[in-house]
Design a protein. Structure first.
Length: 367
């Protein structure tokens, strides 16, 4: 194998595919990045069996071939390369010689025949969506997945295509995130649960563009196809909760509030609640204002913000972190928060439309 490629292209590709390497793996071959040089293209790939990432870059191929390089070292090394042409040559001792500027070095490689082949998905169910919409959908739902292993199905985000919309739903038993975006095409109804880690890596690679990407589902795998980059992930087996039964459609109270003012007030109040290690903030909702308060052994904070109340006055308490997680992903100037009682979940919605909602369970207050 011998080739010449652009240093920045190589660095970008290595950074992307290395996200699929699990640092805790006990299989040495899975610590590597596979390089395949053929047909004017250098293909880099990495996998941990659950997540696989493949990236193709242009290269001047002198001699075709393949090898597996140590992922961590190769990744750290190429990050240091500038926009210079890089020459990669595999010698008879399975050593990759790297020439750049007036310097060179080599690294010992592994046998590419031992590397697992990536699954190819070229049929099955699919949907098309803009990169921007898919990235937004992931970022505004994936944060609410469960972190513990007691219910594996909740460690993933539900992707559901119905009609002309793709829905993203995540929940952890204390909160629920729902968002929907339009699809430009689909094979029909789709309902799959994707590991949160995989979707996080997809989001990092997606751009805020209107370019359309295709997402394919076949058997127990999902593939995001971005032309020169492919991300393949296993799906999570099991039946996702019927989330529509959790969401109420009628409420006793609704407030309209400036999102930025609410977020800033919560951040200040949460500073004190963290000291008390309960992360509890209280909402005292009146007709024209809401007082957000928190207490700990070192003091008390009361934040007063303007609201428009439609319905009954209410006292209710929440975990500040759950509330702020939802507010951070929203860009609306104003939002509505809907309530039924101090022991029922609240629902955050846009002032108009139904693109998203966030459901948060309150914390029961002891009088």
């Amino acid at each position: 194998m011998k080739l010449v490629c652009d240093g920045l292209d190589l660095s970008d590709a290595v950074i992307k595919v290395s996200k699929a390497i699990n640092p805790k793996t006990t299989n040495p071959i899975l610590e590597g990045i596979k390089l395949v040089a053929e047909d004017g293209t250098l293909t880099l790939s990495a996998t941990d069996y659950e997540l696989s990432i493949e990236k193709k870059i242009k290269a001047d191929i002198k001699i075709e071939g393949e090898t597996v390089v140590p992922g961590r070292f190769f990744s750290e090394f190429v990050k240091k390369l500038t926009n210079e042409k890089i020459e990669l040559t595999l010698n008879d001792n399975n050593q990759l010689i790297i020439k750049y500027c007036d310097s060179e070095g080599y690294i010992q490689c592994m046998n590419s025949l031992e590397y697992p082949s990536l699954k190819k998905i070229d049929n099955g169910d699919y949907f098309g969506i803009t990169q921007k919409d898919f990235k937004t959908l992931i970022n505004k739902s994936n944060f609410a997945v469960a972190l513990d292993d007691s219910r594996p199905i909740l460690k993933g985000c539900l992707l559901e295509v119905e009609g002309n919309n793709l829905r993203g739903v995540a929940l952890d038993g204390y909160r629920l995130a729902f968002i929907q975006k339009p699809v430009v095409a689909s094979s029909g109804r789709i309902r799959v649960v994707v590991p949160a880690r995989s979707l996080n890596e997809v989001s990092k690679i997606l751009e805020d563009s209107d370019d359309i990407i295709n997402v394919y589902i076949h058997q127990n795998n999902l593939m995001v196809d971005l032309k020169n980059t492919k991300i393949i992930t296993r799906l999570i087996d099991g039946e996702f909760l019927n989330y529509s039964q959790i969401i109420s459609n009628s409420f006793a109270s609704k407030i309209t509030v400036n999102k930025a003012q609410l977020e800033q007030a919560l951040e200040r109040a949460a500073l004190l609640s963290k000291v008390g290690q309960n992360n509890l903030v209280k909402f005292d909702i009146k007709e024209r204002n809401m007082v957000i308060s928190s207490n700990s052994e070192i003091g008390n904070i009361k934040e007063n913000i303007n609201v428009v109340l439609d319905g009954k006055e209410l006292n209710i308490a929440f975990n500040a972190s759950y509330f702020m997680d939802a507010l951070r992903v929203l860009s609306d100037e104003f939002i509505t928060i809907n309530f039924n009682s101090a022991i029922n979940p609240c629902v955050i919605k846009p002032v108009e439309g139904d693109e998203y909602l966030y459901l948060i369970l309150p914390v029961r207050m002891i009088n």
